[in-house]
Ligand binder design. Sequence first.
Ligand code: GLC
Length: 438
Amino acid sequence: MSSYVTRKTPGDTAWFRHDRFGMFIHWGLYSMPARHEWVKTREEIPEAHYDKYFQYFNPDLYDAREWARQAKAAGMKYAVFTTKHHEGFCMWDTQYTDYKCTNTPAGRDLVREYVDAFRAEGLRIGFYYSLIDWHHPEFPIDLHHPRRDDPDAYEQSKGRDMHKYAQYMRDQVTELLTNYGRIDIMWYDFSYSNFNGTGDRAWMKGKGKDDWEAEALIALTRRLQPGIIIDNRTEIDQDIWTPEQFQPTEWVRHPETGELVTWEACQTFSGSWGYYRDEQTWKSPEMLIRMLVNTVALGGNLLMNVGPTSRGYLDGRAQGALKVYADWMKLNSRSIYGCTMAEPGLVAPPDCRLTQSEDGKRLYLHLFAYPFLHVQLRGLAGKVDYAQFLHDGSELRFTEGKLDHFGDALPEGDDLLVLYLPPVKPDCLVPVVEIFMK
Ligand code: GLC
């Protein structure tokens, strides 16, 4: 089994660590202004104007089965769908507010269609649920809130009862975790208990676990869906740590105990979670693959985000990015699923990354920059039975131990194994060498 002992998790994370790769889906009314899911607060859009998105939201081209097919082809094994984002709009037929998709021209339960379609394709089902709610009448205005600069912000906010809002969340989570079958992941987002106003805004308090009544929310979540995986953004440690929009450089550790934790990096194809029409920072194909490999090479999962259009389809850029994953994973997914960080003592050569199967029997060398003819691997002499390119299963020869035909240019060491590569890089974004250990 893997050489690495990780912090115990309340939920069932064995499948999660095996599957490694998921799809994040950020979809809501913010797909209509189409300039970031925080647009309402970034631009402090007045309620009357934001209500136009509610009035005209009509995802007539929504076909969750098409999304599911693309996610599956990309090699994604689970998905996390925004049931409610910070704007407070609900993507399912909730009984606790009228601010929901079934009251828009959409006229249908969008969560239901997501669940049915992705489950039918064999993907595990996750829900994202925002703890923040810029529409709910009991949610106190704070420094993140779109109404924070209204002249009467204090009058609007005073008397709002966070307990009532916390109960609203529990009621909605009860609906989500009761009416849609088995749910594998609950992704709460996010806490900011230290983000407090000062001066005449001192009444604008941040919000954290006590405001969410997070203990009760988590207990409810686990009661309704035993084994479910929960993230750590309620401010109470649960199953997964969730580094966002950056690449960790080592296996994520628990901040207090230093234990290795189960972790999932969440990233976007471009600079926005929600559909952003004019945003141009789309990641290159090479970067997309390298991000996935980098993550698994450090024992983590990657949750890669799509932001559907308000018409309900994934735009060409998103479909192109998913196709990059589909083409690479079709031939190379063995270096991802059921793999983790290489055993202690094995160091990846320059411009390479290593992953290893949990049982230690297969080692994967990912060639980020294609080397000239040889790759030198320390610590592997005498341990390797066979090696091949993963994409086409073609043999790669190797020699071991101290080699004299390199003359004295080669570093000393009987533990050396040298792989011989063809001079021309194969037609594969990131070629992978599959190494079968003895
Ligand atoms: C941050 C963003 C939020 C996004 C989330 C995804 O919390 O504020 O918009 O949904 O990251 O991880």
